[in-house]
Design a protein around this ligand. Structure first.
Ligand SMILES: Nc1ncnc2c1ncn2[C@@H]1O[C@H](COP(=O)(O)OP(=O)(O)OP(=O)(O)O)[C@@H](O)[C@H]1O
Ligand SMILES: O=C(O)c1ccc[n+]([C@@H]2O[C@H](COP(=O)([O-])O)[C@@H](O)[C@H]2O)c1
Length: 194
């Protein structure tokens, strides 16, 4: 049987414990054998402002995952054209790793706008999507609510976001519990987001 990989795409600017708890939960409690956190240089829906350089965001993810054997950091998108369309990355990965079966992981906020993604119908037809509950406004498209390839998971609900962390660091607030230790240390050493 092909190994089942969950691809968790994101800006990870920076990675926070919400990401880590979700990735670990899915690797431990679902049929996914591994979860790869794919650092996107540039999401099609996000502005570049306040985005740390790719290699720094990769380093933060790498440090956060050091003690988790089933979780891996991926820089596969660093050599691809920007903005990063997930359908393109999935095609590259499928060609590079025919031995794996690739699934998507996303927060509910991303599912709400998924109908605007490039080639979303193709993605949905060919990949399972694991959706993690997240507080927020906006309805989920009805077709997605009962689609055979969309799985709503029971990952813990946390009202944590990378933007809250960036804003808080800028305001000198202590948000250390929201970050893995190694991530906070690197951010602090490098003076990021201040
Ligand atoms: N607290 C959370 N609960 C559920 N899903 C989350 C949470 N935080 C992030 N995600 C999901 O993780 C993926 C990557 O998220 P991303 O790196 O953009 O983090 P973010 O915290 O949403 O960032 P920002 O606040 O900068 O928009 C997305 O699919 C997003 O929906
Ligand atoms: O492929 C698309 O059209 C597309 C549209 C929006 C977002 N994505 C990807 O979804 C991931 C999470 O995006 P974001 O905006 O929540 O950081 C990131 O890897 C983006 O490249 C992809």
């Amino acid at each position: 049987m092909k190994k089942n990989i969950g691809l968790y795409f994101g800006s990870f600017n920076p990675i926070h414990i919400g990401h880590l708890i979700i990735a670990n939960y899915l690797a431990e409690f679902t049929d996914l054998d591994e979860v790869w956190l794919v650092i996107s240089p540039q999401s099609p829906f996000k502005k570049k402002a306040s985005l740390l350089e790719n290699h720094h965001r990769y380093e933060l993810v790498y440090r956060a995952l050091e003690n988790f054997d089933k979780l891996k950091a991926s820089n596969i998108e660093f050599d691809l054209p920007t903005p990063n369309y997930t359908s393109k990355t999935l095609a590259v990965l499928a060609e590079k790793h025919p031995e794996y079966s690739f699934n998507l992981i996303m927060g509910e906020d991303n599912l709400r706008s998924f109908h605007k993604w490039k080639n979303y119908e193709f993605i949905l037809e060919n990949h399972k999507i694991y959706v993690c509950p997240r507080l927020g406004d906006g309805k989920i498209n009805e077709d997605f609510q009962s689609h055979k390839n969309i799985h709503f998971t029971n990952t813990p609900i946390m009202h944590i976001s990378a933007s809250l962390i960036r804003d808080s660091i800028q305001k000198s607030k202590n948000i250390r519990p929201m970050l893995p230790n190694a991530v906070w240390q690197y951010i602090d050493e490098m003076n990021f987001y201040r």
